[in-house]
Design a protein around this ligand. Structure first.
Ligand code: 5GP
Length: 189
């Protein structure tokens, strides 16, 4: 997706050979018009599969997921990183290792919002090692809902996330795929 590639080239900051910072439009300050375009593109790709819900992980996936949900006309559910004291009902949870924070936490979704008849599209901002998407796929499995696929805004193609997910027969879609961040330079696949 040229629009997103251009923003990455203009505003992305390469932190290391495997981390890209996009705080000016996605991960801290958010550009709603850009998110709208990302959401539209994701919706166009998955509409025919008739998703009933979009699932993401708080907090950085929410902006893209919300716009995908808007264009698909379905609710957006986000897994919480801490069990809130207000969540008394049954829930599903899975461990997730954070790529950027290098810590492992539990993510949790109320059983009320995921049912056997749901057809779920996972949406996230980045795909790196695939841990976040794997945890969400695990939660979907617990609920017996159907996982349609994983759609991410930015895939880092030099990391193993896609391979890991495809080995589990999970459909992976990305709006842009980065080939390399070596030497502070972003190159796309
Ligand atoms: P994974 O679980 O696939 O290893 O990593 C995906 C999650 O880690 C995303 O939800 C995203 O928040 C974060 N992440 C992974 N790589 C990057 C990166 O290069 N930059 C930023 N800003 N976040 C990343």
């Amino acid at each position: 997706m040229n629009l997103l590639q251009d923003r990455i080239l203009e505003e992305g900051i390469v932190i290391s050979d495997n981390i890209l910072k996009v705080d000016s439009f996605l991960n801290h300050q958010i550009d709603p018009a850009l998110m709208d375009e990302l959401g539209k593109e994701i919706a166009n790709r998955f509409r025919d599969m008739q998703p009933t819900k979009v699932l993401t992980l708080e907090s950085s996936g929410i902006a893209v997921a919300l716009m995908a949900g808007l264009h698909l006309k379905v609710p957006v559910l986000f897994a919480k990183k801490k069990k809130p004291s207000t969540m008394k009902e049954a829930s599903y949870s899975a461990h997730v290792h954070s790529f950027t924070k290098n810590i492992t936490t539990d993510v949790i979704v109320s059983a009320k919002y995921l049912t056997q008849t749901d057809r779920i599209l996972i949406v996230d901002d980045f795909l790196a090692n695939g841990d976040a998407a794997t945890a969400l796929a695990d939660i979907i499995k617990q609920s017996q809902a159907t996982l349609l696929g994983v759609s991410v805004a930015i895939e880092k193609g030099f990391q193993p996330g896609r391979k890991l997910l495809e080995e589990k027969n999970i459909l992976v879609h990305s709006l842009v795929s980065i080939k390399s961040l070596v030497g502070g330079k972003v190159t796309f696949v």
